[in-house]
Design a protein around this ligand. Structure first.
Ligand code: NAD
Ligand code: GDD
Length: 343
């Protein structure tokens, strides 16, 4: 079990999930929380003054040594990534993140770190298993092999998972790996090119509502399927998997509430109280046709699975994005969108 006297470092703590995790660790009473990110602190989604906040490029081994030094637990959430619009167009950049996990593992080995969590992704799964547009494309852990992951990003994740396994077997680093399925919630990316479908849908519906536009663009035909995990469930899963002394192989961490992208759009419209014309962009990045999280293993090992209902999580997400966007429209002008810079 993690205990509050342990020193925990959250790599990628300036990002969406990392910001929530640092907040939660501090809330739980952890006194030594280090938060590391390559972005300048003013660009972090959440800044917690009680944490030891460090700006460092974790592609570099020396910066990983500085990051890991004196800590008991590493939670590696650092990665140059985004939604489909980003990962389909930045395969090289996504793959460079292999340096982050590799150098963090090397530093953990040198410095005798006790436990190491790695955030992998549903993008490691074999593409041939995700050809159907159906909410019952349940991916089991063994479906990652034979390997045919998402090009670029998925290969990086699969390789890094494997690296965790071999550092555990050969060097006795206590690695744990979760395969996150599309995570959403407040205080995350909703514009600029890295946003994922839940936040993008909120942004588009809010923009339509605030400008009286009455229409939105949806990438693909809207029949593709996904499951979306609320960020609080993601944190619960990170703790359970990191703490586990009975399971160390990669394990799904995702909701099994599958929906089509059209259904996701309807949930957001319903929350917003609008009904919009949908323009389908068939040339936009689409990714796989269908995927859902098979949760038999996480249920068996932990007697739990992510269970926040999509509608409940989306209400909180919508509200946060609305609060960010509404002031910009107060003067009736369309805002300039922040651009997603490649790190
Ligand atoms: P995020 O982009 O909000 O956070 C990642 C953070 O890593 C960013 O703040 C970024 O600046 C930082 N980073 C990138 N390169 C770095 C470097 N060289 N050195 C230090 N920091 C660096 O993403 P997130 O949604 O919080 O995702 C966290 C982790 O979970 C990532 O590994 C991601 O691949 C994985 N994941 C996320 C999802 C999801 O839907 N959010 C799904 C599957 C897997
Ligand atoms: N991003 C986005 N923006 N997607 C849209 C939009 C939009 O405006 N409209 C429709 N979509 C569709 C995409 O075309 C895709 O078919 C689906 O919604 C889901 O897109 P994303 O949320 O961007 O990504 P994903 O689910 O394919 O993959 C994400 O989740 C993985 C884990 O499950 C990515 O964030 C990966 O990086 C992540 O590992």
């Amino acid at each position: 079990m993690l205990n509050t006297n342990q020193s925990v470092v959250v790599a990628g703590g300036g990002g969406f999930i990392g910001g929530h995790l640092v907040a939660d660790l501090l809330r739980k009473g952890f006194k030594k929380v280090r938060c590391v990110d390559v972005k300048p602190v003013e660009k972090w989604y959440q800044v917690h003054k009680e944490a030891d906040n460090i700006v460092a490029d974790l592609n570099l081994l020396d910066e990983c040594r500085r990051t890991v030094k004196g800590t008991d637990v590493v939670i590696n959430l650092a990665c140059n990534m985004g939604g489909m619009g980003f990962i389909e167009n930045n395969k090289g950049l996504c793959m460079i993140s292999v340096l982050i996990n590799t150098h963090l593992l090397m530093a953990a080995r040198e410095l005798g770190n006790q436990r190491f969590f790695y955030a992998s992704s549903a993008c490691v799964y074999n593409g041939d298993k995700q050809k159907d547009k159906s909410t019952s494309v349940f991916l089991k852990e063994e479906d990652a092999y034979p390997a045919l992951p998402e090009d670029g990003y998925g290969w990086e994740k699969l390789f890094s998972e494997r690296m965790c396994r071999h550092f555990r077997e050969d060097y006795k680093i206590n690695t744990r790996v979760a395969r996150f399925h599309n995570v959403y919630g407040p205080s995350g990316t909703f514009e600029g090119g890295r946003e994922k479908a839940p936040a993008a849908m909120c942004r588009k519906v809010i923009e339509a509502k605030l400008t009286g536009k009455h229409e939105i663009e949806i990438w693909g035909d809207g029949q593709q399927t996904r499951s979306f995990m609320y960020v609080d469930d993601c944190l619960k899963g990170i703790y359970k998997i990191t703490e586990s002394d009975t399971w160390w192989d990669p394990i799904n961490l995702g909701s099994s509430e599958g929906v089509t992208i059209n259904q996701l759009a309807s949930v957001v419209e319903d929350i917003a109280g609008v009904k919009l014309k949908r323009n389908y962009n068939l040339d936009a990045p689409k990714g796989v046709n269908g995927r859902n999280s098979d949760n038999a293993l996480i249920q068996k090992v932990f007697g739990w699975e992510p269970d926040t209902k999509l509608r409940d999580g989306m209400e909180k997400t919508y509200k946060w994005i609305y609060d960010q966007m509404a002031p910009r429209y107060a003067g009736g002008k369309k805002p300039a969108m922040a651009m997603a810079g490649a790190h």
